[in-house]
Design a protein around this ligand. Sequence first.
Ligand code: F6R
Length: 243
Amino acid sequence: MEFIVAKNYEEMSRKAADVIAELVARKPSCILGLATGSTPEGLYAQLVKDCQEGKISFKDVSTYNLDEYRGLENDHPQSYHYFMEQHLFNHVNIDLAATHVPDGSNPDAAAACADYEAAIKASGGVDLQLLGLGHNGHIGFNEPADTFAKETNCVELTRSTIEANSRLFDHIDEVPTQAYTMGIGTIMRAAKILVVANGQGKAQIVRDAFFGPVTPQVPASILQFHPDVTVIVDEAAASLCQG
Ligand code: F6R
């Protein structure tokens, strides 16, 4: 595991964007696994800038996002489809037909998840999976559990995740209680993993996930067993890992 401490959020975002930009330059038809949330907003802004300045092209890139709320239409402002359009897809030269997010509008959870997992497999597999880190160690929407989920599945969100995500909704009752998410197995099959985390609020979970015991109670801890992981955090998020 490569553990990189950046000075601040901006430097974390630039360094993470560089990892992605290098892959896209080396393999223009690469498959990126993408994440939503506050953490990657800065790195998406950097990628948009790079693309608009002609330094990087998404023309042949395909993407698979980690997760989506169950029950939200794709154009719902809090859906992850919408997030990706706003922060990346609408501002770069990507073929929208090559972008994929689990279909939260499909009420048939089993079919939605099986179709998504099959599509990832048929694509040949994710070259680089970008991950943020939940305060409870979740990756995608894989919440602390007794086992690691193998494939894309429908999960019940924990109260702490619903509360954390309610900041983006008008009222906590509007936050969906279920989501479709890549499984831990799906994530672990990516050739490379890139994790970003920032802020003091993530310091404890950064320490637990990357320097504590590997356990499904801290889902991100399984990443310690992945052969190619780069973790990029700012100084605040690294503050409990030093000394
Ligand atoms: C988002 C996702 C989540 C977030 C995590 C951190 O697609 O899968 O696991 O990465 O909840 O969210 P932020 O970045 O908002 O702190």
